[in-house]
Design a protein around this ligand. Structure first.
Ligand code: NAP
Length: 301
C-alpha cells in the first residue's frame, strides 16, 4: 500500500483510477486536482478521492506516485507547475493515449531523483468527466508502460504492481512502438468513425432522420466511437501525427484496392478479404477483449 497518490485531471480516467485504487486498497490517501473548479466541486461531492486539492503543488507534495490524467495537450503547462514539488523517489506517470510526445513534453522537466515512467491504459468509454468513472474500468484490460532509457527497474516494478492492483494486465514497450500500435488499433478507428459519422451527416439525399432510424445497419457502432471527447482526440491526432499519417497511408491504399474490386466486380477478392477480417474478430473474442454475444450483447437490434 502506498502512503499517498496524486491524480491530476479528474475525468473518466482519473476518477476511475481513484475508484479502483480505493477498491484495491492501493493507497492510504488519494489526492486529486483538476484545473476546473467546477470539476473539483463535482469530484468532491462524488467522494472518490480522500482529498481534493485546490492547489496543484499541494496535490503532488509528498506523493509516492503522481499520475497525470489530463488531455495530453495540457501536459506542457502542467509539467513546470509540479516539477519543483515532486518528492525525491516519487514515480511520475501518466495515462496519455500517445507516448512519444509525452516524453518530449514532460521529460525535460523531471527533476533528478524522480522516476518518470509514462503509461497508457487501453480502456475507456465514450463518456468524460468525473461522473463517468467506475472501479472496474481497467479489469482485464491492458496497461502499457513505456519506461524511458535509464528508468529505475524497481520503480517500473512498483508501477506494474499498481496497475495490476487496478485490475489490469501489464505490458512494457518503447514509446515509438506504442504509438505505432495504437495508431492502428485506436487512433485510426476513431478517425474513421469521426469521418463516417460526419459524411453521413453531410449526405443531403439521405435525411438525418433516416440515418438515425436505420442506424442498426452498422452505423450506430461508429457513432459510439465518434461520440468520444473532442479535446482528448484533437490532442491525440496532433501529438501522434507521424504514426497516424503512416497507418492512414496504408489504409488509403487498402481502401483503393477494395474500391477497385467493387468496380471490377471482383467478388473473389472481396470474399477473401472479408474472410480474413472475420478471423480477427474471432481472435479478439478468444483472448477475452470483447463479448461473443450477438450484437455486442445488446438486447434489441
Ligand atoms: P476527461 O474525462 O475529459 O478528463 C480530463 C480532465 O482533465 C477534465 O476534467 C479536464 O478539465 C482536466 N484538465 C484539463 N486541463 C487540465 C490541467 N491543465 N490540469 C489539470 N486538469 C486538467 O478525459 P479522460 O477521458 O479522462 O482522458 C484523460 C487522459 O486519459 C487523456 O490524456 C487521454 O488521452 C487518456 N486516455 C483516455 C481514454 C479514454 O477512452 N477516454 C483511454 C485511455 C487514456 P476540463 O474538462 O475543465 O478541461
Amino acid at each position: 500500500m502506498m502512503q499517498k497518490i496524486a491524480i491530476i485531471g479528474l475525468g473518466l480516467i482519473g476518477s476511475s483510477i481513484a475508484h479502483a485504487a480505493r477498491r484495491g486498497a492501493l493507497a492510504k490517501q488519494v489526492v486529486g486536482f483538476d484545473a476546473s473548479a467546477d470539476v473539483r466541486g463535482r469530484a468532491a461531492k462524488l467522494g472518490f478521492c480522500d482529498v481534493i486539492a485546490d492547489d496543484i503543488a499541494d496535490c503532488v507534495k509528498d506523493a509516492e506516485l503522481v499520475i497525470l490524467c489530463a488531455p495530453v495537450g495540457a501536459y506542457p503547462s502542467i509539467a513546470p507547475l509540479i516539477a519543483p514539488h515532486l518528492a525525491q523517489g516519487a514515480i511520475l506517470s501518466d495515462v496519455g493515449s500517445v507516448k512519444g510526445a509525452v516524453i518530449r513534453d514532460i521529460g525535460p522537466h523531471v527533476p533528478p531523483g524522480v522516476h518518470f515512467i509514462p503509461a497508457h491504459p487501453i480502456a475507456g468509454t465514450e463518456y468524460s468527466g468525473p461522473e463517468a468513472g467506475f472501479s472496474s474500468l481497467f479489469d482485464g484490460r491492458w496497461a502499457i508502460l513505456t519506461p524511458v532509457p535509464g528508468s529505475d527497474e524497481a520503480a517500473v516494478k512498483k508501477l506494474r504492481a499498481f496497475w495490476q492492483g487496478l485490475g489490469s494486465q501489464v505490458d512494457v514497450m518503447d514509446a515509438a512502438h506504442h504509438d505505432l500500435v495504437l495508431a492502428i488499433t485506436s487512433h485510426l478507428p476513431h478517425l474513421i468513425a469521426y469521418n463516417i459519422v460526419g459524411t453521413a451527416h453531410d449526405l443531403e439525399q439521405v435525411t438525418e432522420g433516416e440515418v438515425i432510424k436505420y442506424s442498426a445497419g452498422g452505423f450506430r457502432d461508429f457513432t459510439r466511437i465518434a461520440a468520444s471527447d473532442p479535446t482528448m482526440w484533437r490532442d491525440v491526432f496532433l501529438n501522434n501525427r507521424e504514426a497516424v499519417l503512416e497507418v492512414l497511408g496504408r489504409f488509403n491504399e487498402d481502401l483503393s484496392q477494395l474500391t477497385r474490386a467493387i468496380r471490377n466486380n471482383d467478388g473473389q477478392m472481396l470474399f477473401d478479404f472479408f474472410t480474413r477480417t472475420r478471423a480477427i474478430r474471432r481472435a479478439i473474442i478468444d483472448v477475452g477483449q470483447d463479448s461473443a454475444a450477438p450484437n455486442f450483447g445488446r438486447n434489441k437490434s
